[in-house]
Design a protein around this ligand. Structure first.
Ligand code: C2E
Ligand code: CA
Ligand code: CA
Ligand code: CA
Length: 279
């Protein structure tokens, strides 16, 4: 009957059905993406706010899907993680970034940093250290050029493990950044106990610091914290000149965001890169 049809419609809406199907297709396609090398790295610059010079790049994964086009990481990284494929792409990802660094470094007069995102799952893997050591040896560049970005939650899960893991990475010359700072568990104690070089202010604070006085205070406080604890502070998601100006006035060290550049494929960057003229 009609009413039954209607009820069914509610439980198995075409939209939901479509979504479930899309998800399934996505999953089998993600496997194909990995085997057929459809993943690639885009790069986004980070700029020193005192000089406008290049501080480094963050590598951000993209999926160049033959039919659908460019797919953002929020759609496929969860699937890479659930299927364990994230471990399979580590070597490829680290090598690509290292290769890119070496190429750019030969064209750039000053050293800079290459930042790689490491998820909680990747951070928890015993293979991470060996893998990064391999890449450092492969590159053979004797500068502290490699940085990993880890979220607070990845560290807080097991502080003792995190401490050992981070110390080993530090010993290799890898720099440590806390990603999305202020959005996680935010126990400040770990800033004292863990070897951290860089704090990245989450984009949500930068985005609303002019609308929300609380967010403005949070940004200001993180900048101050970084200064006192001698950690570099990077503001993420800087899109406007006003944001840039205010962050400079606060004494924030580094900024990253669309105002400078969106994440782009490596061939889009002219090298040497920068310096930027700052407002
Ligand atoms: P994230 O590490 O917090 O990366 C910053 C995100 O903010 C990126 O999104 C970047 O494109 C975006 N963004 C940068 N500047 C601006 C801005 O001015 N305005 C706005 N609205 N957005 C900006 P993306 O590339 O979509 O990456 C999303 C997340 O996916 C990343 O967040 C990171 O957690 C994860 N991810 C990306 N690549 C990798 C990877 O290679 N490995 C792992 N484990 N995670 C990755
Ligand atoms: Ca990041
Ligand atoms: Ca972030
Ligand atoms: Ca984020």
């Amino acid at each position: 009957a009609k009413s039954e049809g209607k009820r069914q419609y509610r439980f198995f809406s075409p939209e939901m059905n479509g979504r479930a199907r899309a998800r399934l297709m996505l999953e089998s396609n993600v496997r194909k993406a990995v085997s057929e090398k459809e993943l690639r790295l885009y790069y986004q610059p980070q700029i020193y706010l005192d000089s406008g010079r290049l501080r480094g790049f963050e590598a951000l994964m993209r999926w160049q899907q033959p039919q659908a086009g460019l797919i953002q990481p929020s759609l496929f990284i969860p699937i890479l993680e659930e299927t364990g494929l994230i471990h399979a792409i580590g070597p490829w990802l680290h090598e690509s970034a290292a290769h890119q660094f070496r190429q750019w470094r030969s064209q750039h007069h000053e050293t800079f940093v290459m930042s790689l995102n490491v998820s909680a799952l990747q951070f928890g893997s015993a293979k991470l250290i060996d893998e990064l050591q391999r890449v450092l040896e492969l590159t053979g560049i004797d500068e502290p050029w490699l940085e990993i970005e880890v979220t607070e939650s990845a560290l807080i899960d097991n502080v003792e493990f995190a401490q050992q893991q981070l110390q080993q990475l530090r010993d290799l010359g890898v720099r440590i950044a806390i990603d999305d700072f202020g959005t996680g568990y935010s126990s400040l104690a770990y800033l004292r106990e863990l070897p951290i070089d860089t704090v990245k202010i989450d984009r949500s604070f930068t985005a609303s610091m002019f609308e929300s006085n609380k967010d403005a205070v949070i940004v200001q406080t993180i900048v101050e914290l970084g200064r006192r604890l001698q950690m570099e502070v990077v503001a993420e998601g800087v899109e406007t000149e006003a944001q840039l100006q205010w962050l400079r006035e606060l004494g924030c060290d580094i900024a990253q965001g669309y105002w400078f550049s969106r994440p782009q494929p490596p061939e889009e960057f002219p090298f040497p890169y920068g310096p930027f003229r700052l407002p």
